[in-house]
Design a binder for this molecule. Sequence first.
Ligand code: GDP
Length: 357
Amino acid sequence: MVENDFDTALHEREGIEQPAQVNPYLQKRKRRELSVDEYVDGILRGDRVILSRAITLTESLNPEHQKMAQDVIERCLPHSGKSLRIGITGVPGVGKSTFIEAFGSHITSVGKKLAVLAIDPSSERSKGSILGDKTRMEQLSTDPNAFIRPSPSGLTLGGVARKTRETAILCEAAGFDVIIIETVGVGQSETVVKSMVDFFLLLMLAGAGDELQGIKRGIMEMADGLVINKADGDNVHPAELAKTRYQSALHLFPKNENGWSVPVATCSAIEHTSIDKVWEMITDFEQHTRSNGFFEKNRNEQNVKIFYDWIDFTIKNNFFNNPDVAKKIEELLPKVLEGNITPYQAGNAVVDEEKGC
Ligand code: GDP
């Protein structure tokens, strides 16, 4: 039998020769753990490797890592908040990744550093994720002024949102000027993204029946700007028609508190046309809301919401992790199922258990 001086994942059976490892130098080296100081210094220096490791730390379920991650975030917080945060949504196939690739390159070409994060609730439900695969945004991922991080997986939407907020803080502390948070237009994740960005962009398509996408789900009401993508080739005219129709539809919505009239633009992500107009739209919005105080007000309101959400989360988390509560639930659940106790009585008994009654 061949003596191996490196680890192998192959099961070793007596008498059977182990095949040679293709590249023994590819063994997993255990990385040295970093201290909180090293994380913070690295992030503030803009070191992407350390930034990535810090994000991974925030996503770890290990309580020690969690504690450390919270310390890192706390220390990065005073250096955060300076970026422009843009949310981008649209149904699958609308061209989000193609658009972000083109739009992102435009942003870096005007001298800004860009981070692209994703909120993809599909990675919670199934193993597959709509947004997270590595082949997306290939060009942007090689841009030295862009940083792309897929959605954290295996968490509830609330959990994904929390981690994405933390990631945004770390990216801001690392000096990123613009943060794009992308989500798929298939559910509640838009509301979550809206609650953490300064500008919310809805990508749409022109075409049969498409004019109503987003309107039904109320997403259009959340948008600060609408962009009709794929305005190229034979689709230029339909895109212009759709633009007019959306503009009329938007007139029916109540006026925004911030005094901003939601603009509609067309672009072609694939041909890179009018991408600069979208950037202009967003910088106009920033200027408008900064000068009338709504930029700051929106962020303050978002913080108040996070504050309450966090209280809500912590209380529930502590409650359900209380062993007495868990025991009581286990005891009463069969009775609820069998109809031997009302759900209200059982619920009260569980709550009383936590209070120690
Ligand atoms: P996502 O699912 O929203 O991220 O959409 P993708 O970026 O993956 O694009 C879906 C399909 O639409 C791909 O085949 C793209 O090549 C195509 N696509 C994206 N943007 C444009 C565009 O501006 N014009 C045209 N003609 N096709 C586009």
